[in-house]
Design a protein around this ligand. Structure first.
Ligand code: ZN
Ligand code: ZN
Length: 276
């Protein structure tokens, strides 16, 4: 039997939902599931009726069902996989993914010790408990729990401790800042527009794999009118969204095209500014 599938079945038996990964990516959706045309799986953020037998929808494909894992529909993806991934939230866990030495040093000072697993350049710190996931909560740090997958790189070492507030706070701070929507005086317009840009870029950074493209489109359109009104310059906006899109794994080419199109659209269709 495929060794990865063997590992996956062992984890599934212990209640850890798993899926295959190839070059750090989950299997691509099948043609019926492409762009979530199927509506998505029942446990996704926007629940849908999808019962696709293939490992579609990234983290949402992760399962503990040995019949699904060992099914012929999953066989090709196990064959091409190079690592097993798991859905931390589905196993009641949160993974603090520390990308580099600096991030590990920060964690040693800021977070309680817990079970750790070595990764290629950094470490996973695994806590008991679930929370909302978010990428890039600080330099080199992702939080992977609900609606996310993480690479399974072995059981690691150390005693697992309960998810501390220090981790929850990271994601809360990275959450979109709520800016009241109100007519603004012109002298404050740029500052207000900048706050909206920050908020919208953060909403892209916090989006999950399945919705990052939609999140990017929505966010760019929300900011476009400020470019039309001259409150923000176009380059600033394009750069902020390109960074946000890259942080959630969209390719630079793909994100630049999406950003350009969405900006053009909202500049063309922007309403004249309302004055208070
Ligand atoms: Zn499918
Ligand atoms: Zn589907």
């Amino acid at each position: 039997m495929n060794t990865l599938l063997n590992t996956a079945l062992g984890l599934a038996h212990r209640g850890v939902p798993v899926l295959p990964l190839r070059a750090k990516r989950p299997p691509a959706n099948c043609s019926a599931c492409r762009d979530t045309a199927c509506g998505g799986r029942p446990h996704m953020r926007t629940p849908g009726p999808c019962r696709c037998p293939l490992p579609c929808h990234a983290w949402a494909a992760a399962t503990t069902d040995p019949r699904v894992l060992a099914s012929p529909q999953w066989a090709a993806d196990w064959h091409h996989a190079d690592v097993v991934a798991y859905h931390p939230g589905g196993a009641g866990l949160t993974v603090v993914d520390l990308d580099n030495v600096a991030a590990i040093e920060w964690a040693r000072a800021a977070l309680p010790a817990t079970r750790t697993v070595a990764t290629t350049r950094g470490e996973h710190w695994i806590y008991q408990g679930t929370m909302r996931s978010a990428n890039a909560v600080r330099a080199g740090v992702d939080v992977k729990s609900l609606m996310q997958y993480a690479r399974w790189l072995g059981p690691g070492t150390g005693h697992m401790t309960a998810l501390p507030d220090a981790v929850r706070v990271l994601v809360d701070q990275a959450a979109p800042v709520r800016v009241p929507v109100r007519p603004t005086a012109t002298r404050n317009a740029s500052r207000y527009a900048m706050a909206v840009l920050d908020r919208e870029a953060a909403s892209v950074t916090g989006s999950s794999q399945g919705e990052r493209q939609t999140a990017l489109l929505r966010a760019v359109r929300a900011v476009g009118r400020f470019v039309a009104w001259g409150d923000l310059d176009r380059t600033t906006v394009e750069e902020a969204f390109t960074r946000a899109a890259e942080s959630v794994g969209l390719s630079p080419g793909e994100s630049r095209a999406t950003i350009r199109k969405a900006l053009n659209y909202s500049i063309r269709t922007a309403w004249p500014r309302k004055t208070a």
